[in-house]
Design a protein around this ligand. Structure first.
Ligand code: 26Y
Length: 802
């Protein structure tokens, strides 16, 4: 994709004129943005077409990544970067008196996910394209993205996120590729001697319309597709949806993203969404496959389907449904293809987030799918009878006590189950999914998460990127393991100073954002201590808060107690129904108020909770972070990915031995990370022996005693209710996540952090070593491993790199 500055300027002005009849100087930001998108899109559309045609021509095996969440964030800059247009366009805009940063800010984030799982899906989409791999996304085009978060009196308020108001400029509606999804009603089977004829009675016919977004690979002339489905009423069916209520039933299907990633909720609409995008995706895959007259008995040689967490687990049954009911394959033949085609990733071991649906609900949503799941379950039990004891079979079967266990369906119906970090996979194998591991050891494997290194470094942090380029060249953009070359320079004082200067530049930039959004002044000379992730009890934002309260109380007692000024920065949304998480938000905000407005603190301590955390805000916070808080209770965080993004940007990690933190520690070495807290074995021991008594820590540790009292004695104002709630969760409910147990270790570790920060040369050296080792967490490498080990797909032969 070639573009010169002159051509760009010409093209841009032409389109602006055609589209809006405007000159550059009269155009509003949104008009400039939309024009720019049009130019960019036309720059890759030819290659987009060629890419999918080449898959067909070369009969390439493709993977379809099914995910109920995608979080691409803004696409403008990352597309420009991947096309190799970034510098030319930036310069061209400048010549016209325009600013790329400013125009880019106009873009509304595509916030079609909650957190880590959705962002991982988007990092994978970027990397699949950049590796030239034939990979497609399949998901839902929610009309309302994840709610917009506001704070009113310190409380989280959720506002609708109408991201489609101005239309979405990147996607293309492909009405001609719509499919019909059948839901509800009753199903009748008639045995005609050869197969069952299946008829539906009283079912809703819903039109699934795909919206395709091009996913541009990095400098390789390769563009993949992310396909998101919208639910509509088919023209032929208008008559069946006479009332507004009836129409709503259909339109509501893809209206909202469920904003909860903490608790499984038996909501029928969510189940309908799951079936809707699963069925639409599978139908369109099989239809496309059949166009080229290949036998369905070999379909698993040509396509792979990935089930991202259990939300799309009905893929197994829907694939079977089509092979059986529409293609009339024998059960065994169909089953073999299904298992060979499907693979599944688990993202959590928290019992409350594991999906299980009541049989009755499934019967209402799609009775035929329930029948098929029942038959899969029956055959599973039959096959194991006599080989395994009854308990084992009852524990592992899919349907039990009127509930359908989606993880069991995904494991039994696929050839691969993977965890997302070494520790997480180990826990799956030895604990949570141990029975299945015993049954199918060959199906289990680990794929540690990775991140889109270019987005999180080149796009988010151009200043640091340039310093890296000047030191080791630009090869790291293609292979981020090259970043390790930086380690050789760990005594290069000039470089270390430049790294420090880049950080300071980004802190000044963030300080501005903080001032604009909150009115709070923070000094870029303070240490920026960052915790950004969903708000969950297990992630322990509360532990961070207890430490902040300690520092505050210490300062009140002795104004010289704090040598290193700190700014604590939070970004987090709580699920609207997650009461406890919302109370923690309220408490953080009230502590912030107290601390920030206390003149005796003199700026030695600041607390900032930025509203509406998401991909775009992350791109501003991460480059400016000095410390990365990764402090979940060991065993609870499957992997984490902000830990990787922050280290890549030269933040030092304060971490428990949980998720991918362990692998980060193994790369950077004990001296370049701050580890504290209970280990996996200690947590598991407490959880079995029940010998933990949180109150002991309160009673025996006067420091902790005072801090907890501050939540209930008025020291922290305006939290009469929430303060007690938190106090009780720790002392009455015995502190489920061992916050009090880990507190002393955490404080001691934070003191080491401050001591280290006083020695800036040493600090910068540690930053450098973190940056140097972050290249091992590239999603490019992760998807390559999925491609070889699980999907058996190869890069497009026509792809060019470099
Ligand atoms: C069913 C419903 C309650 C539900 C909805 C969303 C359950 C889970 C989720 C999302 C989970 C999620 O985001 N998990 C995170 O996945 C990341 C990518 O693998 C991990 O890095 C992170 O540790 C994990 O919490």
């Amino acid at each position: 994709m070639k573009m010169t500055k002159e051509n760009f300027i010409h093209e841009f002005k032409k389109r602006l004129g055609e589209r809006y009849a405007l000159d550059v100087k009269d155009a509003a930001p949104i008009e400039l943005y939309q024009t720019l998108v049009a130019v960019v899109k036309s720059g890759y559309s030819d290659i987009w077409r060629k890419t999918w045609k080449s898959y067909v021509k070369n009969d390439q095996k493709q993977v379809y990544y099914f995910s109920i969440e995608f979080l691409p964030g803004r696409l403008l800059k990352s597309n420009l970067l991947n096309m190799g247009w970034y510098d030319v366009v930036e310069a061209g805009l400048k010549d016209m008196g325009l600013d790329l940063d400013q125009i880019s800010e106009t873009e509304v984030d595509m916030a079609l996910g909650n957190g880590g799982l959705g962002r991982l899906a988007s990092c994978f989409m970027d990397s699949l394209a950049s590796e030239g791999l034939p990979g497609n996304g399949n998901g839902i085009r929610y009309k309302y993205g994840l709610f917009k978060q506001k704070f009113v009196d310190g409380y989280q308020i959720e506002l609708p996120n109408e991201w489609l108001t101005d239309g979405n400029n990147w996607s293309v509606a492909r009405t001609s590729k719509a499919v019909d999804v059948l839901m509800g009603g009753q199903v009748h089977l008639h045995d005609n001697g050869k197969y069952y004829e299946v008829t539906y009675e009283g079912a809703d016919l819903i039109k699934a319309v795909p919206y395709d977004t091009g996913i541009v690979g990095y400098h390789n002339d390769h563009v993949n597709t992310m396909r998101l489905w919208d639910a509509q009423i088919p023209a032929s069916e208008e008559i069946n949806y006479p009332t507004i209520e009836d129409r709503r039933r259909v339109e509501d299907l893809t209206s909202v993203l469920y904003p909860d990633d903490s608790n499984y909720e038996g909501r029928i609409l969510r189940l309908k969404q799951e079936y809707f995008f699963t069925s639409a995706g599978i139908q369109s895959i099989i239809r496309h496959y059949k166009k080229y007259d290949r036998p369905l008995t070999e379909i698993s040689d040509h396509i792979a389907i990935h089930i991202n967490d259990t939300h799309p687990a009905m893929c197994v049954a829907e694939f079977m449904r089509i092979l059986l009911d529409e293609e009339h394959l024998d059960w065994d033949v169909a089953w073999k293809q299904t298992v060979q085609t499907m693979s599944y990733t688990n993202h959590t071991i928290m019992a409350e987030a594991l999906e299980k649906w009541p049989v009755d609900m499934l019967a209402t949503v799609q009775p035929r799918i329930l029948q098929i799941i029942e038959e899969i379950d029956r055959r599973y039990v039959e096959e194991l009878t006599g080989k395994k004891d009854e308990d084992f079979i009852e524990r592992t079967r899919i349907i039990k006590d009127g509930m359908v266990k989606m993880a069991h369906l995904a494991i039994i119906g696929s050839h691969s189950t993977n965890g997302v970090a070494k520790l997480h996979t180990e826990l799956l194998e030895n604990d949570v999914l141990h029975d299945f591991y015993e049954l199918y050891p060959e199906r289990f494997n680990n794929k540690t998460n990775g991140i889109a290194i270019r987005r999180w470094l080149q796009v988010a942090n151009p200043t640091l990127s340039k310093t890296i380029d000047q030191t080791i060249g630009t090869k790291w953009r293609f292979d981020s393991k090259e970043l390790h070359q930086l380690a050789k320079y760990d005594d290069d004082q000039a470089l270390l100073e430049k790294i420090g200067a880049a950080k300071r530049f980004n802190k000044v930039r963030l300080a501005k954002v903080i001032k604009e959004q909150t009115g709070i002044e923070v000094s870029p000379d303070a240490l920026f201590d960052v915790q950004i992730k969903r708000l969950h009890a297990y992630k322990r934002q509360l532990l961070n808060l207890l430490h902040i309260v300690k520092l505050y109380l210490d300062l009140k007692e002795d104004p010289n107690s704090q040598q290193v000024p700190r700014v604590f920065i939070f970004g987090a949304k709580a699920a609207p129904s997650y009461h406890y998480a919302k109370s923690i938000i309220k408490c953080i905000n009230e502590v912030a108020n107290l601390v920030n407005n206390d003149p005796t603190i003199e700026g030695k301590l600041k607390v900032v909770f930025l509203e509406n955390y998401g991909v775009s805000l992350a791109e501003k916070i991460i480059p400016a972070a000095d410390v990365s808080e990764q402090i979940s209770t060991a065993t609870k965080e499957a992997s984490g990915t902000s830990n990787m993004k922050l280290m890549l940007n030269g933040a030092l990690t304060v971490a428990t031995l949980d998720g991918a933190n362990i692998e980060i520690k193994d790369y950077v070495g004990d001296d370049n990370i701050f580890i504290f807290g209970l280990t996996k074995d200690e947590v598991l021991a407490y959880e079995t022996n029940h010998q933990y008594r949180a109150a002991d820590y309160y009673e025996n540790d006067p420091v902790l005693h005072r801090i907890l009292d501050a939540f209930v004695d008025g020291t922290i104002p305006n939290i009469e209710v929430e303060g007690h709630e938190i106090y009780d969760s720790l002392l009455r409910a015995n502190d489920e996540y061992f916050v009090l147990r880990d507190f002393a270790g955490y404080v001691a570790t934070q003191e080491r952090v401050s001591q280290t920060y006083l020695d800036q040369a040493k600090w910068n050296k540690m930053c450098l070593l973190n940056i140097a080792n972050a290249g091992y967490f590239s999603a490019d490498d992760t998807v390559e491993k999925y491609a070889t080990d699980i999907w058996q797909i190869k890069p497009n032969v026509e792809v060019q790199k470099g």
